[in-house]
Design a protein around this ligand. Structure first.
Ligand SMILES: C[S@@+](CC[C@H](N)C(=O)[O-])C[C@H]1O[C@@H](n2cnc3c(N)ncnc32)[C@H](O)[C@@H]1O
Length: 511
C-alpha cells in the first residue's frame, strides 16, 4: 500500500536529509553566459487567436530542443518555450513507496509529452562524479542520484536537488528524461511519455549501469521488469560468472543483494557527509554504486548516442563475424595483425565517441572485469556463445584446387597490380583517418584523460565515416590478398613479391 503524506511538515520529518534546489549549481566551473551570437531566434509570431503560434510545437527552437531567450523571442512575454527557465512544472507529490524508498507521483493529470520537472543538482565533472560515487559506495549509501549531463559532466542530486531526485526507476516507464539547451547550458528534464493520471507514480528507465557492488532488486512491478536495476547493462552481464547447469554457486540467489527498503538513508548519513570533506573542502557526498539515468536528447541532440558495439567486440575477441570464429593460419595472422591493430585503434577512439551518449556511468568496485563473455538467459543460466570453427587449412586446400582457381579466375581474381591499388587506397584511408585523429586530438586533450569523449557529434560522425572507409579498404585489400594467395604458388621465404605493372618495375607490398 502506498502511504501518501499530504502534510509538508510530516514530509520534512520523514524525508532523508538533502537540500532542495530549483536550479543547477555549478561546482567545477562557472555557469555559462550565453553569447549574443549563440542565441537562436525563432520566427514565430504571436497571434492572439492561436495560442500555439507563440512558440508551440512548430517553433524552430522547440524543434531543436532549445529554449527561447527572453528579450530575443519575437513572441515576447507570450513565448511558451521557456519552461525550464520559468520552472513550469507539473504538480507532483512525494510519497513513501513500498520497497523503493520515496517516490514522486502526479498530483494532477499530465498530458503526453508534458514537461514535468527539471532534474536539478550539483553539476560536477565526470571525474568528481566518479570519486563521489566511490565515496558513496564506501560510506554505504545505497540510493543513487547521479545522472549524466554531457560527456564531461554529471548532475549529482545526492545532497542537493529538486524533487526529480525522488523519481524511481521503472522498466515500463511513463516518463523519460530529455536534454534541453537552455540559455547555452544543457539541462535535463523529466517529460511524460504518455498521459499520466493524477495519483500515478512517475517513473523513468534509469538505464542503470551496474559496475560492481551490491545488486539492487528492481521493485517496479512491471510485467516486463528485468529483475535488477542495471540488469540490462553490459556491466551486469559481463560481470556474471559462467556456471554449469549442475553448479549453483553463482546462481542469482547467491548474488549479494540489498533491498532498497532495508537501506533507507538514515541520519547516520549526514554525519558521514560532514566528515567527508575533499582536499579542497568540498563535501564528498554519499553515493552507492553506479546509477545513471539515460537521458534522451530531443531532436538533433539524440544523435549523440552512437552505438558501434560490433566493432568493439571484434577488437576484443579476435575475428568473429556472424558468430563464425576463424582459426588463423600464420599467413592470415600476419595479414590480420594490421587489421586488428587498426580495430584496436579505432575502438579506442570509437569507445570514447560512443560514450558521448547520454548514458555515462561510473566504474565502481573491483569486480567489473568480465571473466568470460557469456550470454545471459532469462532463466538466469548462462551459456557460451556457439562459435563455429572454420578449418582454414581445409579452405586453403580447397582454394588451391584447380577448380577453385578456375572459378576465381573466371570471377576476375585481382592481380597484384590491383592489390597494389588497394594498398594505396587503404593507405590513403589510413592517413585520412590519422589526420582526422590529429584534428580531434587537441579537442580531447583539453580534457583530462578520463574525459576524452568530449567530441562533437559532427566530428564523431566524420570519424566513423573515415573508420568505415578504412575498414572497407582493408577488407577489400585482405580479401584480394587471400584470393591471390589461393591461386598463386607459394614463395620461398627469401623471395619478394613483385608489385606493379611491368616486369622491371619492382615494388613491394607493404601492409
Ligand atoms: C534517484 S533515487 C530515487 C528516490 C529514492 N527512492 C529515495 O527514496 O530517495 C534512486 C534509488 O532509489 C531506489 N530505487 C529506485 N527505483 C527502484 C526500483 N524500481 N526498485 C528498487 N529500488 C529502486 C534505488 O535504491 C535507487 O538507487
Amino acid at each position: 500500500m502506498m502511504q501518501i503524506f499530504s502534510s509538508s511538515e510530516q514530509q520534512i520529518e520523514e524525508l532523508p536529509p538533502y537540500q532542495h534546489i530549483r536550479e543547477n549549481e555549478f561546482l567545477s566551473r562557472e555557469h555559462r553566459k550565453q553569447e549574443d551570437e549563440d542565441i537562436a531566434v525563432c520566427v514565430c509570431k504571436f497571434d492572439a487567436d492561436n495560442p500555439e503560434s507563440a512558440c508551440g510545437e512548430r517553433c524552430l527552437n522547440v524543434l531543436t530542443s532549445t529554449e527561447c531567450t527572453p528579450g530575443y523571442c519575437p513572441c515576447g512575454a507570450h513565448c511558451k518555450n521557456q519552461r525550464f527557465q520559468k520552472c513550469e512544472y507539473a504538480k507532483t507529490k512525494l510519497f513513501k513507496t513500498e520497497g523503493r524508498g520515496w517516490g514522486l507521483l502526479a498530483d494532477e493529470d499530465i498530458k503526453a509529452g508534458q514537461f514535468i520537472i527539471e532534474y536539478c543538482g550539483e553539476v560536477i565533472s565526470w571525474k568528481e562524479a566518479r570519486q563521489r560515487s566511490q565515496a558513496y559506495e564506501i560510506q554505504g549509501l545505497k540510493d543513487a542520484y547521479i545522472i549524466c549531463l554531457n560527456a564531461a559532466e554529471s548532475i549529482d542530486a545526492t545532497t542537493k536537488g529538486s524533487h526529480a531526485r525522488f523519481i524511481n526507476h521503472s522498466c515500463q516507464p511513463n516518463c523519460e528524461t530529455r536534454k534541453w539547451n537552455v540559455l547555452g547550458e544543457i539541462r535535463v528534464g523529466i517529460f511524460a511519455k504518455q498521459a499520466i493520471s493524477v495519483g500515478s507514480e512517475l517513473g523513468y528507465d534509469y538505464n542503470f549501469e551496474w559496475y560492481g557492488g551490491a545488486k539492487v532488486r528492481c521493485r517496479c512491478g512491471a510485467a516486463t521488469c528485468s529483475g535488477f536495476l542495471g540488469a540490462k547493462s553490459r556491466g551486469f552481464q559481463e560481470d556474471t560468472y559462467v556456471w554449469e547447469d549442475d553448479d549453483d554457486r553463482y546462481s542469482v540467489e547467491k548474488v549479494p543483494l540489498y533491498d532498497s527498503a532495508e537501506d533507507e538513508p538514515s541520519s547516520k548519513l549526514l554525519k558521514t557527509i560532514d566528515k567527508s570533506k575533499s582536499h579542497n573542502g568540498d563535501v564528498i557526498n554519499e553515493y552507492p554504486m553506479a546509477m545513471n539515468g539515460s537521458v534522451k536528447c530531443e531532436h538533433q541532440l539524440e544523435s549523440a548516442s552512437l552505438m558501434v558495439q560490433p566493432l568493439e567486440s571484434a577488437a576484443m575477441e579476435g575475428v568473429v563475424m556472424n558468430g563464425v570464429k576463424t582459426e588463423e593460419s600464420e599467413e592470415m595472422k600476419l595479414y590480420s595483425q594490421d587489421t586488428q591493430q587498426a580495430f584496436r585503434q579505432n575502438n579506442a577512439m570509437i569507445s570514447r565517441i560512443r560514450s558521448n551518449s547520454a548514458c555515462r556511468n561510473y566504474r565502481i568496485g573491483p569486480s567489473s572485469t568480465p571473466r568470460k563473455r557469456a550470454q545471459h538467459h532469462s532463466n538466469g543460466k548462462l551459456k557460451h556463445l556457439a562459435q563455429k570453427q572454420v578449418d582454414v587449412k581445409h579452405v586453403a586446400q580447397l582454394l588451391a584446387s584447380k577448380e577453385a582457381q578456375d572459378e576465381l579466375l573466371i570471377n576476375e581474381v585481382p592481380s597484384f597490380r590491383s592489390v597494389c591499388g588497394l594498398v594505396e587506397l587503404r593507405n590513403d584511408a589510413a592517413s585520412q583517418l590519422s589526420s582526422l585523429y590529429n584534428e580531434i586530438r587537441p579537442a580531447i586533450e583539453e580534457h583530462e584523460r578520463d574525459n576524452q569523449d568530449n567530441v562533437a557529434t559532427s566530428v564523431a560522425e566524420k570519424w566513423i565515416e573515415a573508420s568505415c572507409l578504412k575498414l572497407k579498404t582493408e577488407f577489400d585489400l585482405y580479401s584480394s590478398v587471400m584470393k591471390n594467395l589461393a591461386c598463386t604458388p607459394r614463395r620461398t621465404p627469401g623471395q619478394a613479391r613483385p608489385c606493379g605493372g611491368g616486369d622491371n618495375e619492382m615494388k613491394y607490398l607493404e601492409f
